[in-house]
Design a protein. Structure first.
Length: 212
């Protein structure tokens, strides 16, 4: 007797529930403020999660024309055993890209496992709009120069607004406030007069009906 469809589904569910849980995925992403004002400086951290035996990280960082690169600092993922990040090519603002960024542990040390920061990048918001910061050409390796599993990579969009224009939108000038108050007083006075005439007319109508 061949097993029916219901038996097959139950057997498959048992196999899936008994299967071991897969390892957590390696994830690299940019962490930065969601909103900044024009002229404001801010930091964008390149974060890594679920690293296993990480020894060297090399990558490039691209950013929109609305952003100006101000500098970078070493992250904390490698701890005290790391060297300063190396910028093989100093980019210009027009290029919108940092190339060949390499951070590594010093020799005779094991790789790092866990979560941390690969680098901290400082930007200044130049123009209103959206600023994108994204990682490209990412390569992660262990002490034996073997590449780690391909990570999921997430970029970051930062909304940039003009503080002066927003202030003009939400703050009324004294003259405008005075005009608005004057118009409101006039409107209330007209409504009061209309209500008085309506009440007077209604009263006279009732008085006529009673006398009639």
């Amino acid at each position: 007797m061949r097993p029916g469809p219901r038996f097959s589904c139950v057997f498959l569910a048992i196999l899936l529930s008994a299967a071991p849980v897969s390892a957590q995925l390696l994830h690299v992403y940019v962490e930065a403020p969601d909103h900044v004002f024009v002229g404001e400086e801010f930091s964008a951290e390149l974060r890594i999660e679920n690293a296993q035996s990480l020894f060297t990280a090399s990558y490039a960082l691209e950013y929109s024309e609305t952003l100006e690169f101000m500098g970078m600092e070493q992250g904390d993922i490698f701890g005290e055993g790391s060297v300063r990040p190396i910028l093989a090519k100093q980019p210009t603002q027009e290029e919108g890209k940092l190339s060949d960024i390499i951070t590594t542990r010093i020799l005779n040390r094991q790789g790092i496992s866990g979560d941390g920061t690969l680098g901290v990048f400082k930007f200044r918001a130049k123009n209103a709009g959206f600023g994108e910061i994204r990682v490209t050409r990412l390569s992660l390796a262990n002490a034996s120069k073997q590449r780690l599993s391909s990570p999921t990579v997430s970029s970051k969009f930062v909304f940039i607004s003009d503080k002066e224009k927003e202030t003009e939108k939400f703050e009324l000038r004294p003259v405008e406030v005075g005009i608005d108050v004057f118009l409101m007083v006039v409107l209330l006075a007209v409504l009061a007069v209309v209500l008085v005439f309506m009440l007077r007319a209604a009263t006279e109508e009732v008085f006529k009906k009673e006398n009639y």
